[in-house]
Structure formats: structure tokens, C-alpha cells
Design a protein around this ligand. Structure first.
Ligand SMILES: Cc1cc2nc3c(=O)[nH]c(=O)nc-3n(C[C@H](O)[C@H](O)[C@H](O)COP(=O)(O)OP(=O)(O)OC[C@H]3O[C@@H](n4cnc5c(N)ncnc54)[C@H](O)[C@@H]3O)c2cc1C
Length: 599
């Protein structure tokens, strides 16, 4: 059993050795890359290299003339444009939007003030998954019981910290280079400098010490992302009190590290640190760990990911003051009770990782020039990512995607929002269903989810007057999981028994992050359980966990005769709803419409 710390404790100081290495040189050629749901053709690997359409400009040269011609008074929109689309910020959101834009034939430029790839590639998803890949292997190799069960013998598992850090750093460099090459090869102009909106359809960019350039575009997307949020009173020195930006460099593996915040970033780092030998103390302001997860999945995750590991925790407390280690003194953390605000405890640890969320990065964007006021730093947008000004009006031709709008701070959500905006500016109305976007935590085992948690679904059902049911399947009954000796896991389906709508799916278990897509695609396409339960899954695969899950649901509505498919389902739904109101007339109307459309 783990123990919950309640006493201030002094621990021996660990030896912090910080060595820095230069990043590996980026690859010169794009490789076969799939990134954030984009097809590989979008990267120019099927004869598309340099296949710019006549509307696409293939180099950044030569727009200065157009710029001076079009850049007029800041307040009035220009009459002609340098680009169809300018994106400010070359993170995954900006990258996804840019590639889709060139595919749609838009003259596209992307302005980046730092390095291409943004948080995800340089300081987020990519290096963290490299570290987690190592922690997964270490965990497995160190688990004698698990190895014995498979008939394997491993004498000792060890690691080279710098080697692990290099793996993460090299992967980030490689993906950054792939992203840059993919944009260049498709004809996206990459403009270097910090972008500022100076007026309608007009952006200035430049580097400190150089004159500014002004560029105009018919449409502008803000994709400036986020930075680690550090609460007041916490002093980050980058060595003993760190954020994820520092932690991903793995410049040390402290003996004891406090992780402030038990969301998915904190949880992933606890997986890395404990696999590499650290002891972890979680500090969480809410009464339970992992507050964002479905409570049942959270409980199970705690039983597997926290309790048996060298992790203890304080819940219901705020860290009001954190002081870095100095002059032989350890890091000190002052805790107060989150409710009463009374002092609760003082901890002394080797290091503290601040994982208290992310703050939008919108400083210096010039939003005041177009009467936009941020909300806690986030750019206000509607469901189509159109920016809303201080008077509640839409700002024409201005969009904001990704972490900067705060709708869903995930890489693939940023990219999907960017693609959605490009669809709109090229003439197809599109509203992204955020409830169909999956999320995952890449611990060992993984956690994934899409849609609503059970309490959220029950609250919605109460308000809207429908019933909610829950189905569950265990990984213990799955052949592939058992073959891997990884039977610990649960999949949970939250649904409407009347019409088979999937409200949420939550998975804890081996490869949960890959398994969730069947559910998220079903939600996105409007596929109902009574149809998807007939989809065939290869045996033996982990995907049979979801097969079992859908088959175990008790849905009253019949399967559609034509099987899964969005248009059919929409008609079924319409028919179902109408027959509830006016039985025959409407049903006949819908049937004749179906026949006429030959659906
Ligand atoms: C440790 C960690 C792990 C994560 N793991 C995952 C994961 O596994 N899966 C997942 O989906 N998400 C993950 N995320 C979240 C993910 O990284 C972000 O949601 C994603 O990067 C947001 O993309 P974005 O394009 O909105 O912004 P960013 O990636 O932050 O990119 C914004 C870009 O804009 C640039 N910029 C900012 N202002 C300007 C300006 N004025 N002018 C020019 N350029 C500017 C920045 O330099 C940056 O390059 C993780 C995050 C962290 C911190």
C-alpha cells in the first residue's frame, strides 16, 4: 500500500547534474509521416512534391511589392491581398490548417515566432511520448512477476539518462523537420517573426532589431497556442522547480519529485519518473486525483497507476509557495487547505514539477487593434472558431484555433479546428463536433476517452429527459490482452438505450489510446450502437474489447437494414422522432423520401 504524506519531511538532496546537448540535426527529406489525422498525400509524398496549383505560391520571394501596395490604413481592410490565408503560429493547429489550405488551392503563409511545431512537437506530445515509450519498456523489464509469467528472464534493467533524453530530443527534431519540409514542399510560405494583427485582414511580423513586414490576407487564423500556467507564489528556476518544458529535457531524475496537479500531464510524468526510479508526491487542489476523468475509470487508474507505485499524494490542498533548492536546502512547498485556506503542511523535496495546466499565449497579438478582449487570456470564438469582439460581434475573416481558444487543448483538436476553418473559408460550412474528439493519457496502461463522462451524461439526461445506460467489458476476457499478460483494463460505454446513441466511451487498458477511435469515429459519423455492433473485428485483437462492449449494450431501437452510415442514421433518427409525435403521416413521408433518394 502507498502511504499518504501528512508530515513535513526532509529528504537527502539528490545530485542534480545538468548537461546540455545540441539538438540532432534535422532530416533533410520528408518521410512517410502521418500527423494529427492528415493523409500522407497532404505531405506531398505521392507525386505531390512541389505540385503547387496555379494559385499556390511556391516560394516566399516576391511578396514585398504586393505588401506595400496593399498595406494601407490599419483600420480599413485592404482591397487586394498578398495571401488567401495567413496563419499566426506554426504549431500543430497552424500546420494542419496550412496543409489543408494548400490542398484546397489557397495561397497560404504561416508566421512563426519561434520554432516550427510549437508545443506539441517541441515541448509536448512528441518528446513526452518518447519518454513514455522508455518508461513503458523499463516498467515491463523491471516487472519480474510479469516477465516470469511470460517465461522470460531479464537479469537487470537499467537506463542511461542522457540516452533517454537524446531519444526524446531527437524525435522532436525529426518531427519538427518533417513538419517544416511538408509545408515547404507544398508551397506554404513560412514567415519568421512574431505576428501581430494590426487591423482587419492585416498582420505585421518581424524580429527584434529588424524592420517589420506587413502582409495581408483574405482570412487570418490565430494559432498561437499556450504556455505552462504557473500559479502565483511558485518560483520556477528551471532546475529544481520546473514545468513540463524543462522536464521533457530530462536533465535530471530526482530521487523525490513533487508533481503539482494530477491532470494528464502530471500523470504521464509520474509514469516516467517512477519507472526511472523517482518517488513521486502528487499535490492536487481537488478532493480526488485525476479530476478530469470519468470517476469509475479514475478509481481504477488510481488502483493501478498510483497505489502500487512509489507515489503518495495530498488532495484538497493548494501549493501557495514553492521555493527552489538553494545553498544546500531542498525545494520547499507550502500547502494550505483548499477549502479553509488554513496552512496544512510544508514539504521538502528534491524537485517540483508544476503541472497545473496551460495558459493561452496571446500576448502581443494586437487583439486590441481589432477590439477583441481575451477571456482569461483565451481568444473568444463561436462554434465555427470565428473570433468574437468586445461587443459580441464576429470579427470578419478572423479565426482562432487550438490552445489559444481553450475549447479543447489537444493537438489533434487544434488541427481539426484548423481544417474546419479552411473548409468554411473555401465555401463549405462546417462545425466540428468536439464531443467526437478523443483524448488520451499515455500512461502504462493507457487511458482514453471520448464524449461525456457518466456524471455529465446523467446531468444532460436529467435536463433533456432521456434515459442513460452503461455497459462495461473487461480486458480480462480478451485473448490478445491475456496473451500479452496485460488483462488489467476496462472499457465503459455510456449510451441512450432508446435510440442507441453513444454518449461517451472510456477505456483503461493496453493501447487504450489506439482503441478509442472506433468509438470517436462512430460518434463523429452518427453511427448508432445497434449498427456498429454488427461490424466485424479481427480475432484475436484488442479491438474485440470494443466489439464486446457494443454487443453488450441493450438498445431498444432496431438496427438499420442498410447497416452503419450517417445518412441512413439521420433518416432513421428523423423517422424515429417523427413517429413519436405523429405516427403514420410523417413516417410515410420519410419512407417515401428515402425511396426517392434511394438510400
Ligand atoms: C507535456 C505535454 C504533453 C502533451 N501531450 C499531448 C498529447 O499526447 N496529445 C495531444 O493531443 N496533446 C498533447 N499536448 C497538448 C498539445 O501540445 C497542444 O494542445 C497543442 O500543441 C496545441 O497546438 P496549437 O497549434 O494550438 O499551439 P502550439 O503547439 O502551442 O503552437 C503555437 C505556435 O505559435 C507560435 N506563436 C505564438 N505566438 C506567436 C506570434 N504572435 N507570432 C508568431 N508565432 C507565434 C509559438 O511559437 C508556437 O510555435 C501536450 C502538451 C504538453 C505540454
Amino acid at each position: 500500500m502507498h502511504s499518504v504524506c501528512s508530515q513535513a519531511t526532509t529528504v537527502p538532496r539528490s545530485n542534480f547534474a545538468f548537461d546540455s546537448r545540441s539538438p540532432a540535426s534535422p532530416l533533410s527529406k520528408p518521410i512517410n509521416l502521418r500527423f494529427c489525422g492528415l493523409r500522407k498525400e497532404a505531405f506531398g509524398f505521392s507525386g505531390l512534391t512541389h505540385s503547387c496549383s496555379s494559385r499556390v505560391r511556391c516560394s516566399s520571394r516576391g511578396h514585398s511589392k504586393e505588401i506595400s501596395a496593399s498595406a494601407g490604413n490599419n483600420g480599413t481592410p485592404p482591397k487586394s491581398f498578398d495571401y488567401d490565408l495567413i496563419i499566426i503560429g506554426a504549431g500543430v493547429g497552424g500546420h494542419g490548417a496550412a496543409l489543408h489550405a494548400v490542398e484546397k488551392g489557397l495561397r497560404t503563409a504561416i508566421i512563426e515566432g519561434d520554432v516550427v511545431g510549437g508545443t506539441c512537437v517541441n515541448r509536448g506530445c512528441v518528446p513526452s511520448k518518447a519518454l513514455l515509450a522508455v518508461s513503458g519498456k523499463m516498467r515491463e523489464l523491471q516487472n519480474e512477476h510479469h516477465m516470469k509469467a511470460l517465461g522470460l528472464q531479464v537479469s537487470a534493467a537499467g537506463y542511461d539518462r542522457q540516452g533517454v533524453a537524446d531519444h526524446a530530443n531527437n524525435l522532436a527534431s525529426k518531427i519538427r523537420s518533417n513538419l517544416t519540409n511538408s509545408m515547404k514542399s507544398l508551397g506554404v510560405d513560412i514567415l519568421t517573426g512574431v505576428g501581430t494583427v494590426v487591423g482587419p485582414q492585416k498582420v505585421k511580423y518581424g524580429k527584434v532589431g529588424f524592420p517589420d513586414n506587413i502582409v495581408t490576407a483574405k482570412d487570418i487564423i490565430i494559432a498561437t497556442g499556450s504556455v505552462p500556467f504557473v500559479p502565483k507564489g511558485i518560483e520556477v528556476d528551471g532546475k529544481t522547480v520546473i514545468t513540463s518544458d524543462h522536464a521533457l529535457k530530462l536533465e535530471s531524475v530526482p530521487d523525490w519529485i513533487a508533481i503539482v496537479g494530477s491532470g494528464y500531464i502530471g500523470l504521464e510524468f509520474s509514469d516516467v519518473y517512477t519507472a526511472l526510479g523517482s518517488e513521486v508526491t502528487f499535490i492536487e487542489a481537488l478532493d480526488q486525483l485525476m479530476p478530469g476523468f470519468d470517476p469509475e475509470i479514475g478509481k481504477l487508474a488510481q488502483r493501478v497507476l498510483i497505489n502500487p507505485r512509489k507515489i503518495d499524494y495530498h488532495t484538497g490542498v493548494f501549493a501557495t509557495k514553492i521555493t527552489p533548492a538553494k545553498d544546500g536546502k531542498p525545494v520547499t512547498i507550502e500547502l494550505i487547505d483548499a477549502k479553509t485556506k488554513e496552512p496544512k503542511d510544508t514539504l521538502e523535496v528534491d524537485a517540483a514539477l508544476i503541472a497545473t495546466g496551460r495558459a493561452p499565449f496571446t500576448n502581443g497579438l494586437g487583439l486590441e487593434n481589432i477590439n477583441v478582449v481575451t477571456q482569461r487570456g483565451f481568444v473568444p470564438v463561436d462554434e465555427r472558431m470565428r473570433v468574437i469582439d468586445a461587443n459580441g460581434n464576429l470579427v470578419p475573416h478572423l479565426y482562432c484555433i487550438g490552445d489559444a481558444n481553450g475549447k479543447m487543448m489537444l493537438a489533434h483538436a487544434a488541427s481539426a479546428q484548423g481544417i474546419s476553418v479552411v473548409e468554411q473559408v473555401t465555401g463549405r460550412d462546417h462545425v466540428l463536433n468536439h464531443l467526437s474528439i478523443p483524448a488520451a493519457c499515455f500512461t502504462h496502461p493507457e487511458i482514453s476517452m471520448v464524449g461525456l463522462t457518466e456524471p455529465q451524461a446523467r446531468e444532460k439526461a436529467e435536463k433533456e429527459g432521456f434515459e442513460v445506460s452503461v455497459a462495461k467489458t473487461s480486458f480480462k476476457a480478451n485473448t490478445k490482452a491475456l496473451a500479452e499478460n496485460e488483462g488489467e483494463g476496462l472499457a465503459k460505454l455510456i449510451y441512450r438505450p432508446d435510440n442507441g446513441e453513444i454518449l461517451g466511451v472510456h477505456i483503461f487498458g493496453l493501447h487504450a489510446a489506439d482503441l478509442i477511435h472506433e468509438a470517436s469515429n462512430a460518434i463523429a459519423l452518427g453511427t448508432r450502437i445497434q449498427d456498429i455492433k454488427f461490424a466485424v473485428h479481427a480475432h484475436p485483437t484488442l479491438s474485440e474489447v470494443l466489439d464486446e462492449l457494443f454487443k453488450s449494450a441493450k438498445v431498444k431501437a432496431p438496427a438499420t437494414s442498410h447497416g452503419p452510415g450517417p445518412s441512413r442514421n439521420m433518416l432513421e433518427e428523423l423517422s424515429y422522432r417523427l413517429t413519436m409525435v405523429v405516427p403514420e403521416a410523417f413516417h410515410n413521408l420519410v419512407s417515401s423520401f428515402s425511396k426517392a433518394m434511394q438510400i
